[in-house]
Ligand binder design. Structure first.
Ligand SMILES: Cc1cc2nc3c(=O)[nH]c(=O)nc-3n(C[C@H](O)[C@H](O)[C@H](O)COP(=O)(O)OP(=O)(O)OC[C@H]3O[C@@H](n4cnc5c(N)ncnc54)[C@H](O)[C@@H]3O)c2cc1C
Length: 386
């Protein structure tokens, strides 16, 4: 089989890697518009239980990735001068840059043909020249945008604005912080991902964003990306939490989360994977893991079914329920953060409890759990692979 993959994010690279492990005779080619080593964002979180399948599918890659993990077991909530420590969770995080490097190296070792700094050829050409085209080109997928009716794409843009930043503040927990400014509440989601490095996502309601002058800062700087004025202003609002540490961007801009759903994940020999198929709000940190689990399901479906339509149907049947569950959880979380002003004013203990349970609808049980049977199945499937 000849497979073309559009996009070398975690979804595209992991698909290429697992297909080559199960089917070394296949030709797998990946196109990435950005240069190797050039990507947006900072660290990404994985919760405990998320990684069992990934370990079983490729222990070599798993060992390389987990060796780079920052790990912790706490959720800290900073609110009204108090920090509430909530123990008993299990999280790990890795820099997106590092994760992609490890995936790239594994792909190269397995014989995947990688083209970096090269936008993918026209989809129509790829579809004619390859048996399967995997659209792993992210939330703004142009491939998906060419066939909105066939995929039944729905996009819903959230009201709040966010910016994905990095910091050298040494966080040692998944940290939620709320600052009450004269313009209204602003919140940060922060966590470590490497020695002396942390992710810092600032999220602000639309009205607060305008009132705080971020719009003007954007206009003055004349560019949305890498908006230094906005970053400096965010650092001022969160100065107590940052405690003298720095805040910086990496292609960072004020964005709004876009919830993407598709009625169908495939159209002929074209298949959606990762963020091009579905997105989940960053407050539950699961998009990378979902993209990698899609890759695992697609690679095994291609291996298990002789006919492409059957394989693509099996892939969608396996992934859609799990993804929809996470999207429901993510929506609850997004709505809670978008309406945070309803809870600001509660005493710290009550605020902490509200945030952790998201109004009783989101609990620890909503985090993915290890399913030993499923992990066993994946291990057996990949037992003889390269
Ligand atoms: C603020 C923020 C925080 C997040 N935090 C987390 C987290 O903690 N944990 C987590 O699991 N997830 C997190 N995510 C989500 C995560 O980043 C995505 O879900 C994940 O990157 C999806 O992987 P992907 O491979 O589908 O797409 P992407 O990673 O977006 O990769 C798509 C790739 O396709 C390339 N591309 C696009 N068009 C073309 C083309 N025509 N030709 C060639 N290449 C092309 C792009 O350059 C890009 O490299 C976060 C997202 C945001 C915005």
């Amino acid at each position: 089989m000849r497979i073309a993959v559009i996009g070398a994010g975690p979804g595209g690279l992991y698909t290429a890697c697992l297909v080559k492990r199960l089917r070394p005779q296949d030709v797998v080619e990946v196109w990435e518009a950005d240069a190797a080593g050039d990507t947006f964002g900072f660290g990404v979180v994985f919760s405990d239980g998320a990684l069992g399948g990934i370990e079983a599918a490729d222990p070599v890659l798993f060992a390389a990735v987990t060796a780079e993990f920052a790990r912790w077991t706490r959720i800290d909530v900073h609110y009204r001068g108090r920090t509430q420590h909530n123990e008993g969770y299990g999280f790990a995080a890795i820099g997106r840059h590092t994760l992609l490097r490890l995936l790239r190296e594994r792909c190269a070792g397995l014989g995947v043909r990688l083209h970096f700094g090269t936008p993918a050829p026209l989809v129509s050409r790829l579809r004619a020249a390859y048996d399967l085209v995997v659209a792993a080109d992210g939330v703004g997928s142009q491939t998906r945008a060419r066939h909105p009716a066939a995929f039944g794409t729905e996009r819903r843009t959230a009201g709040a604005r966010y910016m994905w930043l990095g910091t050298d503040r040494p966080f040692d927990a998944l940290t939620f912080a709320v600052v009450e400014t004269e313009h209204g509440p602003m919140q940060a989601h922060a966590y470590p991902y490497a020695d002396g490095r942390g992710t810092f996502i600032v999220e602000v309601g639309d009205a607060v964003w305008h009132a705080a002058g971020f719009e003007a800062a954007e206009r003055r700087s004349g560019e949305a990306a890498g908006d230094g004025r906005s970053i400096a202003r965010v650092a001022e609002f969160f100065s107590e939490l940052l405690d003298g540490h720095g805040l910086w961007g990496n292609r960072s801009y004020w964005g709004r989360f876009v919830a993407v759903r598709n009625r169908s994940w495939n159209h002929g020999n074209l298949v959606l994977l990762g963020d091009s198929a579905h997105t989940t709000h960053f407050s539950i940190g699961s998009g990378t893991k979902l993209a990698m689990e899609d890759a695992l399901a697609l690679a095994t479906a291609l291996h298990d079914h002789r006919e492409l339509p059957e394989a693509l149907a099996a892939y969608q049947d396996e992934r859609r329920p799990a993804v929809e569950r996470m999207q429901r959880t993510a929506l609850t979380s997004l709505e809670w953060f978008e309406n945070i002003d309803r809870c600001v004013g509660l005493p710290p203990e009550a605020f902490n409890a509200h945030l952790l349970t998201r109004s009783g609808r989101l609990s620890r049980d909503d985090l993915p759990a290890v399913d030993p049977e499923r992990v066993g199945r994946i291990r057996r499937r990949f037992a003889d692979a390269a």
